[in-house]
Design a protein around this ligand. Structure first.
Ligand code: GLU
Length: 478
């Protein structure tokens, strides 16, 4: 099993899904999972572009058994294979320019190269490319574990270029040669690559017939369905959030992400979609992978992430939250994110006591900071619209704050007593509890949504609460 991504600087969710399916299959079968980076495209051949893939795999816990191999370093093998194919007549030299081909083939029924150089027996020079001699007749059948046998008629394939005149060995040959030399038994990859598979099968076959090359059994193929967005269009690098790192940085848990990826084109036998990794390994079957495109549904992923967050023990949650709340104590920190407080303002003890209140409410770890910032900031940022609505432009709201300021000065300081007291204050002016909580929450936290109010007030302490109620009244101009 292998994953053979071309470096792009980040890890695409589609690559992650392919990696996972290969990894699950390898783990189930006791196979070897190899990472081979297909970096022969000189423009993409940069170290940091490879890093994204390795970091992504590591974050997802999809460790590879062998590699990373760099395809660029395997060039001598590709060249040797091309030589053998040429010597045995499977490749021929061609000196046509693109313009010449276009001019000759304009209006032809069959698009593409017309086989002009097939029998010219040209000698190779730096002006000749090498083309594969696709048999005139017959078919190549790709045996696909997911899709069954797929037949490709040879007459729909042109004699495609395998080695450019500048010596660059192209993907269909390089990929097949590497799969052969790494004795890959199963090629599990995206459906977008299916049109190139017959070319690889033809070349594999041809290589097996070259005397100087060792015969290698054909691998099994499995082409995974495409990932699509809500409009059922192929995920777009520009419009859709496809970078695995961006999910990591927003605070998705790798286990939740892996679980969600597993459902993209495959489903567990039972009803339950929350499936731990060990069960995924056990239940995964390539035969059960669907043919239809899989919708990459960020909402569903986020929901699932929330479930995984709630399933953590409190200690695990606090540990997982550290990079998002106290990045200075964590080896790794999410990029492009800043906590709203300084290290001095942050109180880890208080956070430990507050954590359970937010664990129930967040769907990503990245949401925590905004939800608890009022515990650590003396001056909480105010949501002006919410403040106007619940306090400044609402007489009942300001009246309630005044009453609360009085009552909270002497109430027993715990969540239950605060709850009871607020209920009574509200009733005394004809407000239901929900209505009376809103101005108080806004005065204390700056907004109308957040963790449970009375528990939060208990943890914040009497002095801070009274201080904020006074501040809110001043702010409201009363
Ligand atoms: N490097 C190619 C790609 O990323 C090939 C992948 C493969 O054969 O698995 O599209």
């Amino acid at each position: 099993m292998r994953i053979a991504p071309s470096p792009t600087g980040f890890m695409h969710v589609g690559t992650a899904r392919t990696a996972l399916f290969n990894w699950l299959f390898a783990h189930q079968r006791g196979g070897v999972f190899i990472l081979r980076i297909e970096d022969t495209d000189a423009e993409r051949n940069r170290d940091e572009w490879r890093e994204g893939i390795i970091t992504g795999l590591h974050w997802l816990g999809l460790d590879f058994d062998e590699g990373p191999f760099l395809q660029s370093e395997l060039l001598p093998e590709h060249v040797a294979a091309a030589e053998a194919l040429f010597a045995n007549g499977y490749l021929y030299a061609c000196d046509c320019t693109r313009e010449q081909v276009d001019e000759r083939t304009m209006g032809n029924d069959k698009p593409g190269y017309d086989g002009f150089c097939r029998d010219r027996n040209l000698v190779r020079t730096e002006l000749t490319a090498l083309r594969f001699r696709v048999p005139d007749e017959g078919v190549t059948i790709v045996h696909d574990i997911i899709r069954g046998d797929i037949t490709f008629a040879h007459d729909s394939y042109e004699d495609f270029i395998v080695v450019r005149s500048n010596g660059v060995v192209l993907y269909p040959l390089a990929n097949a040669v590497d799969d052969r030399s790494m004795t890959i038994t199963h090629i599990i990859r995206g459906e977008d690559l299916l049109p190139t598979t017959p070319k690889q099968v033809m070349m594999w076959e041809a290589l097996n017939h070259c005397e100087e090359v060792e015969s290698v059994p054909h691998p099994h193929y499995a082409h995974l369905p495409m990932l699509v967005n809500e409009q059922r269009k192929k995920l777009s690098k520009r419009k859709d959030p496809v970078a695995v790192e961006s999910y990591r940085d927003q605070g998705y848990l790798p286990e939740a992400f892996v679980n969600y990826l597993a459902l993209l084109g495959w489903s567990p036998r039972g009803e339950e979609e929350i499936v731990p990794r060990a069960t995924l390994i056990e239940q995964f079957r390539l035969e059960d992978v669907s043919h239809s495109p899989a919708f990459f549904d960020v909402k569903k992923l986020t929901h699932m992430n929330g479930e995984y967050i709630r399933a953590l023990s409190l200690e695990e949650f606090i540990e997982a939250a550290t990079p998002w709340v106290a990045p200075w104590s964590s080896e790794w920190k999410p990029s492009d994110r800043e906590v709203p407080w300084t290290q001095e303002q942050f109180d880890p003890e208080l956070f430990n006591r507050v954590a359970h209140l937010v664990q129930e409410r967040v769907t990503t770890l990245g949401e925590i900071a905004a939800m608890v910032s009022f515990f650590f900031l003396d001056h909480v940022p105010f949501d002006d619209a919410a403040f106007d609505k619940t306090v400044a432009n609402d007489d009942a709201g300001t009246t309630l704050l005044k009453l609360a300021l009085d009552a909270y000065a002497s109430v027993e300081w715990n969540a239950n007593a605060l709850h009871e007291s607020t209920l009574q204050l509200g009733e005394s002016i004809g407000l239901a509890l929900r209505k009376s909580q809103a101005p108080i929450r806004c005065a204390i936290t700056g907004t109308t949504v957040g963790p449970p109010l009375f528990e939060s007030m208990e943890l914040l302490g009497r002095e801070a609460v009274l201080e904020r109620l006074r501040g809110a009244l001043v702010r409201a101009g009363v």
